[in-house]
Write a protein that binds this ligand. Structure first.
Ligand code: ADP
Ligand code: MG
Length: 338
């Protein structure tokens, strides 16, 4: 055996990239989350060949100041948390400081960014190497382009599915991010064709309608309730509008899209015997709680969380869904002006 030595930064970034960046959709998720954390009101996502040729994200957020641009691409470099306590009350989508170095280590990345100072920056990485860094024009926010994804990790490239499948995964992520942030104007374009556009007016039902169609949005019922620890708001479909799997259930915890079997199950349980076997509702559920009650640092992709008092949350969800559906107003007011 060789002597024990520390891996160089590029190699350790590539190892981290294996966890964070599984496929083009992971790149889109991380970069759009960065744009959201930067306070953007408008985010444009432009793809070529299902993201395999290029992924471009343009935002109008805070941008990065020239002195920080190179640091942003360093492993575990983040502006979002600084102390151990912060980790227990993360209010942003990112906090691990891994996305930019991971992506830059397995692709070609060019970022143009400015933050209101008199000069902007343009920085270019390829396979973890800094290729160029120069001053750029001042613009509002950040424009990042990722090409040649996985060019130096052939096994990853081989593992990818067909372009249609990869595109479907990207669309899925962008849909959920738009549902999480109805106040942000999103647009998604693939090979010049527009796949999604939201207004950014803050109307969740309108975003549901942008994604699932107006007639389906009319079959959604508003729910809202709270107990001592949790506030839940959102829409669930009438029992007549169902799908063959759970993928149309979106769960958002403090604005973060998460996958959680237990919470999905609690929604389904609220339907009691109203659903046929093998059918699942469409739902968007925003759950708000004190960040101290949720551990977001469970997995590098941040899509898994652990919630304390989960039973109390699940009961609240099931009961609320049950009451709303067994109730009175099956033609909800909210959809009348769609
Ligand atoms: P994290 O999001 O976990 O902090 P990232 O590697 O994704 O880590 O980003 C590193 C840092 O770069 C962020 O903390 C943020 O300060 C900055 N950054 C990244 N993308 C943007 C963006 N679109 N707008 C403004 N700042 C950004
Ligand atoms: Mg990030």
């Amino acid at each position: 055996m060789e002597k024990i030595h520390e891996l160089n930064a590029i190699l350790s970034d590539q190892i981290a990239a294996g966890e964070v960046v599984e496929r083009p959709a992971s790149v889109v998720k991380e970069l759009v989350e960065n744009a959201i954390d930067a306070g953007s009101t408008k985010i444009d996502i432009l793809l070529e060949e299902a993201g395999l040729k290029s992924i471009r994200i343009i935002d109008d957020g805070s941008g990065i100041e020239p002195d920080d641009v190179e640091t942003a691409f360093k492993r575990h470099a983040t502006s979002k948390i600084s102390s151990r306590e912060d980790l227990f009350k993360v209010a942003t989508l990112g906090f691990r400081g891994e996305a930019l170095p991971s992506i830059a280590s397995i692709a070609d990345v060019t970022m143009i960014t400015s933050n209101g100072s008199d000069v902007g920056s343009e920085i270019h990485f390829r396979g973890g190497d800094l290729i160029a860094k120069e001053n750029a024009e001042v613009r509002a926010g950040t424009d990042i382009v990722v090409t040649d994804l996985f060019f130096n990790t052939p096994a990853r490239l081989k593992y990818l599915k067909t372009p249609q499948t990869e595109l479907a995964k990207i669309t899925d992520i962008v849909n959920r991010l738009s549902l999480s942030f109805p106040n942000i104007r999103f647009s998604l374009q693939h090979d010049g064709k527009e796949l999604l556009r939201t207004s950014g007016r803050g109307d969740l039902l309108q975003v549901i309608s942008n994604i699932y169609g107006v007639s389906n949005a009319r079959k959604m019922v508003k729910i809202s309730n709270s107990n001592v620890d949790f506030q839940i708001d959102g829409f669930v479909s009438l029992p007549e509008y169902t799908r063959a799997n759970r993928n149309y259930i979106s769960i958002l915890i403090n604005g973060r899209y998460v996958r959680d079997f237990q919470i999905s199950k609690a929604i389904v349980e609220g339907y009691g015997s109203k659903l046929m076997v093998g059918r699942y509702p469409v739902a968007v559920l925003n759950i708000k709680m004190d960040p101290i009650l949720v551990d977001v640092n469970v997995h590098p992709t941040k899509q898994e969380v652990r919630v304390s008092e989960i039973q109390s949350l699940n009961n609240l969800i099931s009961e609320t869904v049950f009451e709303e559906l067994s109730g009175k107003n099956l033609i909800p007011d909210a959809v009348k002006n769609l």
